[in-house]
Design a protein around this ligand. Structure first.
Ligand SMILES: Nc1nc2c(c(=O)[nH]1)N[C@H]1C(S)=C(S)[C@@H](COP(=O)(O)O)O[C@H]1N2
Ligand SMILES: [Mo]
Length: 218
């Protein structure tokens, strides 16, 4: 039988002593325990699954445009250069897909939705947003959720340009709602006075999609 107690100066003992000194594995004050991070009915994955309608459009940067239209005072069409010249933001957030997988710690960079709201100035009647993708996909979100400080129109993930399968060159990220609300290959942001169902919403999915309330189906 081997001795269960490592000698006091072994490598293991030393590293454990260092962990204790640094408080390793002890959550910093104010940090949420892990169970408060995974919404009900979700399980954690380390990979990043690809989900779409089976069509992954090729959108070259010179042809890429983003329209901001509908109930706004200043409709705008951004090309790649003008999009890159807007103030850039980075945000780390978790993905929660309605098919029950969640993926933690995704570093996104792009343009904050707040920046686009400042530019386009939605009118008072605007209460909802329809996001359109180059593949013909649509998804609706309340304006309040679109305007969330963590929401952005992202061109990068973990410091690298978004791959085409994950919605590159640019996709929406609205991290506090189920991931089907985060339109890939985004082509237009349309402001609406009344809610209108997008692709999955017409097919029975929830109009808002809050994972913490399990708003999976409408
Ligand atoms: N344009 C577009 N955006 C889309 C979809 C799509 O089919 N087309 N699928 C949605 C769904 S159901 C999910 S779960 C996420 C998947 O994103 P991912 O493939 O990067 O994981 O994209 C969402 N955005
Ligand atoms: Mo999804």
């Amino acid at each position: 039988m081997s001795d269960p107690t490592p000698p006091p100066d072994s490598k293991l003992t030393r590293s454990k002593r260092q962990w204790a000194a640094k408080g390793k594995f002890i959550a910093p004050p104010g940090a949420a325990p892990e169970r408060d991070r995974l919404p009900p009915g979700q399980h954690l994955v380390r990979n990043w699954p690809v989900l779409d309608l089976g069509r992954q459009p090729h959108v070259s940067l010179d042809r890429w445009r983003l329209d901001v239209r509908g109930l706004v005072s200043r409709p705008i069409t951004l090309d790649w250069e003008s999009f890159q010249q807007l103030p850039q933001a980075s945000m780390c957030s978790d993905i929660h897909c309605v098919t029950t997988w969640s993926r933690y710690d995704n570093d996104w960079s792009g343009v904050s939705t707040a920046t686009l709201l400042d530019l386009a100035e939605p009118r008072d009647e605007a209460q909802f947003v329809m996001l359109h993708g180059y593949d013909g996909y649509t998804t609706n979100v309340p304006l309040r959720d679109f305007a969330d400080p963590a929401a952005l129109i992202a061109h990068s993930w973990q410091g690298q340009p978004l791959t085409r399968e994950h919605g590159g060159p640019v996709r929406a990220i609205i991290p506090h709602l189920y991931f089907w609300k985060s339109a890939k290959w985004i082509s237009a942001i349309e402001f609406l006075g009344a809610d209108r169902a997008g692709f999955w919403e017409v097919n029975g999915y929830h109009m808002r999609g809050d994972p913490w309330r399990e708003e999976r189906y409408g």
